[in-house]
Design a protein around this ligand. Sequence first.
Ligand code: NAD
Length: 304
Amino acid sequence: MSGRLQHKVALITGAGSGIGLESSLLFAQEGAHVLLVDINLEAAQKGADLIAQRFTGVKAIATKADVGKEDDIKAAVDLAVKEFGRLDVMARFLLPFHRLPIADDYSSSTTPVCVCCVRVPPAHVHLQGIMHPADDNALNTEERIWDLTMNINLKGVWWGCKYAILAMRNNATDEAKGLHVGGSVINTASFVALMGAATPQLAYTASKGAVLAMTRELAMVHAREGIRFNSLCPGPLKTPLLMDFLNTPEKRDRRMIHLPMGRFGEAVELAKAALFLASDESSYMTGTDFKVDGGLSSAYVTAI
Ligand code: NAD
């Protein structure tokens, strides 16, 4: 352990799988106490158990929350503060939709979820998002799919940021004790927030673009409080989320030809970027669209 997050408290949503799980492990390895938040408690608990087995001197707690529900988000932030005394990092890594057990829960357009964020002195990582299989082009996408996606991918991020700000403001009182002021929030967007795809998921793409815009504005509003907001923009990853979706060679090949490195990314490669945004190493970064996409968004013609 090199202690890049020593003494920090991190809340990670979507912590049961993919980027969220890898980030939870990495953050704990670097000295953070971690609250693993997921709608799937069993998955989050497995992550907390792994941390307990592998790392000493840090605590990890798993809790169930649907980050599409404001009360759940508030309760998770309250739990982090109650158990660990403060909140330094919030990172959101929530998942695309087709794997979510949300068919019933989310049949109403009033239930949101969030996206992803991570942040430093205090940090909070939001890694959540949905990608509904019925999310299509402008002609075929139904209004209920649009509303559902916006509720989960955008409104949930707003709520997560709201309660992270309230908790991180209290860190100012710890300054005299030599502890960090403010915090770091990491909201997970996507490469599709920056570039168009002819394989449309219109609502998902629009929601992720809105996450970038919202995160930038939050960064400006709260900069002088020491609360940093950055967006993480992953390229396509070899996580269950995307691999479930790209379930035929044709679908995979349709994307692969555009990837400069000739491969999908790994969740741990995103976790390493989240660690940087969560740590003081990124102390002069806020309002950034942080791309970790294997060069995809810089590509014109790729090598073969
Ligand atoms: P994943 O599917 O591996 O994990 C997502 C986790 O979120 C799961 O453990 C799931 O149980 C949890 N979750 C889902 N809905 C929830 C809810 N309502 N409340 C609480 N927890 C919930 O996902 P991933 O591949 O690690 O993706 C994480 C983030 O990265 C998402 O925001 C996604 O949009 C973004 N992203 C992913 C890719 C990719 O290729 N995987 C690409 C670009 C952006």
